[in-house]
Write a protein that binds this ligand. Structure first.
Ligand code: CO8
Length: 255
């Protein structure tokens, strides 16, 4: 692989974006390599969480402007350019973004496709596409608005200004801000924690939380209650509740 590096420790897989000469700009090759690498891991029951990160200096400075710049509208539509990122968004394995430095444009959109976002003090978020004569194209106008609200989303997308890690946390884009050198360790610890829980409950929790962005309160709470009921069909529910009552650690088996 030319553009990413993958490491696996027990149930946690870490994907490192690796195009340092262009600040990890997201090219078509990077997207393809990342999807090809993660697709089988997403289907592997022994994998419990993904961590997506960049370098200590930059997460990703957006889609690759050089790659896009010469394309026509017909090229973009014919390729359905970057539609593949929706496959990443639809993976069932939970994912944690570990962000140092710039997460701009497509980099910020990739962050928003993750479930938890651990940001270092140096992290910078934004959707500056307006400065290039375009708009966000990997879900930025939709996910940012749902996550931070219309007022903040309009501010970021129309002015192209960036926000630091603390503003991003206050706005609801970031889960936790930690010192820069704690970003990857914190993300990896959180990933190991998530990966140790029962897969049916983790998947159910993700689906229910994401449903909140798509549906009304009555329908969403009914969906949640039905999923809650269904989890009583799992061995993990019996194990989790028995372990609590027997004052021991649970041993979840993902079934
Ligand atoms: N694409 C390609 N190359 C890039 C990118 C990028 N997004 N960002 C940086 N680079 C390159 C630079 O060209 C430079 O290369 P070289 O050394 O050959 O000149 C190298 O990386 C280092 O960059 P800088 O010298 O600019 O570094 P600075 O530290 O001075 O500045 C910044 C860092 C502020 C991050 C600056 O590089 C920058 O503004 N980058 C562009 C940010 C941006 O506009 N991102 C949005 C891109 S568009 C996008 O993401 C749209 C997604 C939707 C597409 C889907 C379509 C359907």
């Amino acid at each position: 692989m030319n553009t990413i590096k993958i490491e696996r420790h027990n149930r946690v897989v870490t994907v490192r974006l690796h195009r340092p000469h262009v600040l990890n700009a997201l090219s078509g090759e990077l997207m393809t390599e990342l999807l090809d690498a993660l697709r089988p891991l997403d289907a592997d029951p022994e994998v419990g969480c993904f961590v997506v990160t960049g370098s200590e200096k930059v997460f990703a400075a957006g889609a690759d402007i050089r790659e896009m710049s010469g394309k026509s509208a017909v090229d973009m539509a014919a390729e359905d350019y970057f539609a593949g990122w929706e496959e990443f968004a639809s993976f069932r394995t939970p994912r944690i973004a570990a962000v140092n430095g710039y997460a701009l444009g497509g980099g910020c959109e990739l962050v928003m496709m993750c479930d938890l976002v651990i940001a270092g003090e140096s992290a910078v978020f934004g959707q500056p596409e307006i400065k290039l004569g375009v708009i966000p194209g990997i879900g930025g106008t939709q996910r940012l608005t749902r996550l931070v609200g219309r007022a903040k989303a309009m501010d970021l997308i129309l002015t192209g200004r960036t926000m630091d890690a603390h503003e991003a946390e206050r706005s609801g884009l970031v889960s936790r801000v930690v010192p820069d050198d704690r970003v990857l360790p914190t993300a990896t610890e959180a990933a190991a924690t998530v990966a140790a829980y029962g897969t049916p409950a983790v998947r159910a929790a993700r689906e229910c939380v994401d449903r909140a962005l798509e549906t009304g309160l009555t329908e969403g709470t009914l969906f949640e209650r039905r999923v809650f009921h269904a989890l009583f069909a799992t061995e993990d529910q019996k194990e989790g509740m028995s372990a609590f009552l027997e004052k021991r650690e649970p041993n979840f088996r993902g079934c």
